[in-house]
Ligand binder design. Structure first.
Ligand code: URA
Length: 183
């Protein structure tokens, strides 16, 4: 059965499937358009996301919002979430078993929204959904499966290396074109 986004968010808010549920202030299910043609998937909430219960509202999030806006997209028309819904302590990389525990929620969200295009932000998202580790090699090339997947750099990686900004920007523009073209 296809669950609603609200039902899935309710399950996430109560989740105790892994240790990250013990240290969270807020779970971060994600937000945006329930009928989004384009879905963006990051890694895991950071400090500001954990405080607010909203995805991508810290420094990396502000960069992402800017790049989306520059491409003519708003946060409201896409859906933004992450593989992991609770903040890992000190923003460490999520562990395999945490990803395994959390992925069913993401899969249910994908089913509920049924986006045309999924933009995977960074290696954790690319590996969790497609088994692809090398973002630098895979980025910018549409992968057609049940829908179109596109891999790009995580905005936090762009903050560490500003030379990656043009690739992130190019990939978001391509994702928009693929999601909104009429063919
Ligand atoms: N990074 C992510 O991957 N997700 C967020 O929600 C915030 C930062």
């Amino acid at each position: 059965m296809r669950e609603s986004l609200e039902t899935i968010a309710g399950e996430i808010d109560k989740c105790t499937r892994c240790v990250l549920g013990r240290s969270r202030n807020h779970a971060v299910p994600g937000e945006g358009n329930r009928n989004a043609r384009l879905m963006l998937i990051g890694e895991a909430p950071g400090r500001e996301e954990d405080e607010k219960g909203r995805p991508f509202v810290g420094r990396a999030g502000r960069l992402l919002t800017q790049v989306l806006n520059d491409a003519g997209l708003t946060r409201e028309e896409v859906f933004i979430t992450s593989v992991i819904k609770c903040r890992p302590p000190n923003n460490r990389r999520p562990r395999k078993k945490e990803i395994r525990a959390c992925l069913p929620y993401l899969r249910k969200q994908i089913t509920a929204i049924n986006p045309r295009v999924i933009l995977l932000l960074g290696g954790v998202a690319a590996e969790s959904l497609l088994g692809i580790r090398k973002v630098g090699e895979a980025r910018g090339k549409p992968i057609r499966k049940d829908r179109v997947y596109l891999i790009t750099y995580h905005p936090a990686a762009v903050l560490r290396n500003i030379n990656l900004l043009s690739s992130l920007s190019e990939d978001i523009r391509l994702a928009k074109k693929l999601a909104y073209s009429e063919t």
